[in-house]
Design a binder for this molecule. Structure first.
Ligand code: C2O
Length: 354
């Protein structure tokens, strides 16, 4: 059966999130109190009405860096999000908690197995929705129907460094808990992990290695969605990084670790419980979503899985009208439903495929 959202009326259904490193290093921390505050008793959950508004165009981060008008809007929107009351569902840290809750075992399914939106075929659709609502809330806060998140163009030579827009220490999108050794000109490493070491390359060599890795990821993944996207996980099952993680998600994990600090517990970006507390999260995910879209286009939009356990998996989110809405994987497959698109960037790794 398809994954179902938690019972929002049962307040005891949400428990403190689990993250061993954080719990050990910061016992009792508030960082693991991730239960979103779904208002209403009972909570009214509506079917989501997809928007019919102006197209939002997501642009590369290295490009918007030179657009002060855009940057002012983006910073203003995040500033306002941070300024909302702590318990407001749109509050910056409440939004981050949504991610924590669905990643770090705050909710469980009927059989007691944690509800997990990572490590499987659920990963890409869930995060597409998460960004969609986040972007629209930001736009709403600055009254701009065209506001779009930037994307971290980490699949292109010029974009393989930490986007500079996040490095201004006076900006609301700055986060002081990152690995400063990875500030530009350090090149991202798609295989980075704290423990296994990295590829040992740097500069242009690493750029080429990354491009080649991405080319192979697409080449192997195009005929095999379970390899690229992640494996099947159905209701009652737990997605497990060692068994069902997809290749695109694995690259994305490396980027999380690469941005986050080396020191355990790797707060914020290096730990999924806290990652969405750093604005760079949404920029990274915007490109992950873009790469998924490129993948779908290359497959002529043929469904990755024609399995109703995937197509009918259901999630809940807060939308920009302060309503709790219900969405399904199948509606995430048509990007036109969402009224956003990506400004094109070169994809040499894809063009190199037969
Ligand atoms: Cu929900 Cu980048 O992870």
């Amino acid at each position: 059966a398809p994954l179902e959202p938690p019972d929002l009326d049962d307040k005891s259904a949400c428990v403190r999130a689990t993250e061993n490193n954080i719990e050990t290093k910061c016992p009792g921390t508030d960082l693991l109190n991730c239960c979103p505050d779904y208002r209403g008793n009972p909570v009214t959950v509506k079917n989501y009405d997809f928007p019919k508004t102006t197209l939002r165009v997501r642009k590369p981060a290295q490009k918007v860096a030179n657009d002060p008008v855009y940057m002012n809007k983006y910073k203003m929107a995040v500033h306002k999000m941070k300024g909302l009351p702590d318990d407001h569902p749109w509050n910056y840290y409440q939004q981050a908690k949504v991610h924590c809750a669905f990643c770090n075992e705050a909710y469980h399914q009927e059989n007691g197995v944690p509800l997990q939106v990572h490590n499987s075929w659920i990963f890409l659709p869930w995060h597409r929705y998460y960004l969609h609502f986040y972007e629209r809330i930001l736009g709403k806060l600055i009254d701009d129907e065209t506001f779009a998140l930037p994307y971290w163009n980490f699949d292109y030579g010029d974009g393989m460094t930490m986007p500079t827009i996040f490095l201004d220490t006076t900006s609301p999108i700055y986060n002081e808990r990152r690995d400063m050794d990875h500030y530009p000109p350090a090149v991202v490493d798609y295989k980075y992990a704290y423990t296994d070491g990295d590829s040992g390359l740097e500069g242009d060599d690493l750029v080429h290695e990354n491009l080649d890795y991405l080319r192979r990821t697409f080449k192997e993944g195009l005929p095999l969605p379970e390899l690229f996207m992640g494996d099947r996980v159905r209701a009652g099952e737990e997605a497990d990084a060692t068994k069902s993680l997809g290749q695109l998600e694995a690259i994305h994990n490396a980027l999380h670790f690469w941005v986050g600090p080396k020191e355990s517990p790797h707060i914020d970006m290096g730990s999924f419980a806290t990652a969405a507390r750093d604005s760079i999260f949404f920029c990274l995910h915007s490109n992950v979503d873009r790469l998924w879209e490129i993948y779908r286009r290359r497959r002529n939009y043929c469904n990755e899985f024609n399995d109703k356990d995937w197509l009918e998996s259901t999630f809940v989110f807060y939308d920009e009208n302060k309503e709790v809405v219900k969405v399904q994987v199948k509606d995430s497959l048509n990007i036109n439903n969402f009224c956003y698109t990506y400004e094109a960037s070169p994809t040499p790794w894809l063009d190199a495929l037969p």
